[in-house]
Design a protein around this ligand. Structure first.
Ligand code: HPA
Ligand SMILES: [Zn+2]
Length: 347
């Protein structure tokens, strides 16, 4: 493909139109303030702030923890199966508009079971939304259950036991929440059990935490993808390892900006990760909180980084499709659609 044949002014439209997968989206992080207030009213929940505007104004974060405190408070309005369904459908409609053909949704059951919401309420609502998304919107979807790393390994084992009756609805297991002070090896035994059970494995590592956490996610948890992983840039031996093994990184540029992981998008390490041969992808993380869904992550990142052009757009989209947990034949059909999209744009 001749990427140089695509004029620079056609790139923003191409970024939006190209078929892509989203592999790092916390579904609770797609809860827009308007939906938080609608669900609060529907469920009779009282919120600390009294308007959509006041809530949005509180979205000024200094680090990961300052975000998580607000994110868990927002999730407190979710009580019924229908709430979880409606939240996920709102995300799927936005994703379809961004030409997302496949999404792998993280969900945090412990955030809900700790408040007395049954595990099956969460998973049934999300599962039904995944089925509706495929049928009504043509968006394929999988669910990834995340353990909260600020809680104990014992609590993770309890959550795993609750998940087992729903084994078929859950494709993978991940690890999220407060990273610093909670290294991956804290969850070595529960991840080993998940691996025996045949779950696909991922973990957040190297977002705020050091490169050592990425090594540990690879070597003690045996994950297949690293969520974030941007701090790998500080460790040349780790960069070589990630490149050699083709480990996908689910990078989230607007999240990194809003949580002060980078001081500006123009300093984001994404171009360096790609240049070093790493299988990076672009994702939205918590789009309702970080100022944009998937296409906005693409367009703002490309606008800030002149090193990124049509070749990198193709590589990022292709990486996302090929790093997904769907069968190779399905991936190949999406890659063929991606190739057609670039051919039509003149490549
Ligand atoms: O970016 C994140 N990092 C860790 N935990 C999270 N939970 C939601 N979003 C995040
Ligand atoms: Zn995340």
């Amino acid at each position: 493909m001749n990427f140089d044949a695509i004029p620079a002014d056609r790139l923003p439209a191409l970024l939006q139109r190209m078929p892509k997968a989203e592999l790092h989206i916390h579904i609770e992080g797609s809860l827009e303030p308007e939906l938080i207030f609608a669900l609060a009213e529907r469920n009779g929940v009282t919120l600390a702030l009294d308007s959509v505007e006041a809530l949005r104004a509180a979205y000024a974060f200094t680090d990961l923890q300052s975000f998580l405190d607000i994110y868990y408070a927002g999730a407190s309005v979710l009580l019924t199966e229908q709430d979880f369904h409606d939240m996920a459908m709102a995300y799927f409609r936005r994703a379809a508009a961004d030409h997302v053909v496949h999404a792998e949704l993280f969900f945090d059951p412990q955030t809900h079971t700790e408040r007395g919401v049954p595990f099956e309420t969460v998973v049934r609502g999300l599962k039904r939304a995944c089925e509706d998304a495929e049928r009504e919107l043509g968006v394929s979807a999988l669910l990834i259950l995340c353990f909260l790393r600020h809680l104990s390994e014992e609590a993770a084992f309890e959550t795993l036991a609750q998940a087992l009756p729903h084994r078929d609805a859950i494709a993978g297991i991940g690890l999220d929440s407060s990273e610093r002070g909670h290294p991956p090896e804290k969850f070595a035994r529960v991840f080993a059990r998940c691996r025996e059970l045949g779950f696909r494995l991922v973990a957040h590592a190297g977002e705020e935490g050091p490169p050592a956490y990425v090594w540990s996610a690879l070597d003690t948890l045996h994950v297949e993808r690293i969520d974030h992983g941007v701090r790998s840039i500080d460790d040349p031996a780790l960069m070589a390892r990630l490149a050699r093994d083709g480990v996908p990184l689910t990078v989230c540029p607007l999240s990194n900006l809003k949580l002060c992981v980078v001081s500006s998008l123009s300093e984001h390490p994404l171009p360096a990760l790609l240049a070093a041969g790493l299988r990076a992808t672009i994702n939205s993380d918590d789009p309702a909180y970080f100022g944009g869904y998937l296409n906005r992550n693409f367009t703002e990142t490309f606008a800030a980084l002149p090193q990124l052009g049509a070749a990198e757009a193709y590589r990022l989209a292709r990486n996302s499709l090929e790093a997904s947990f769907v069968a190779p034949e399905r991936q190949a059909a999406w890659v063929a659609a991606l190739d057609r999209c670039f051919a039509e744009a003149g490549a």
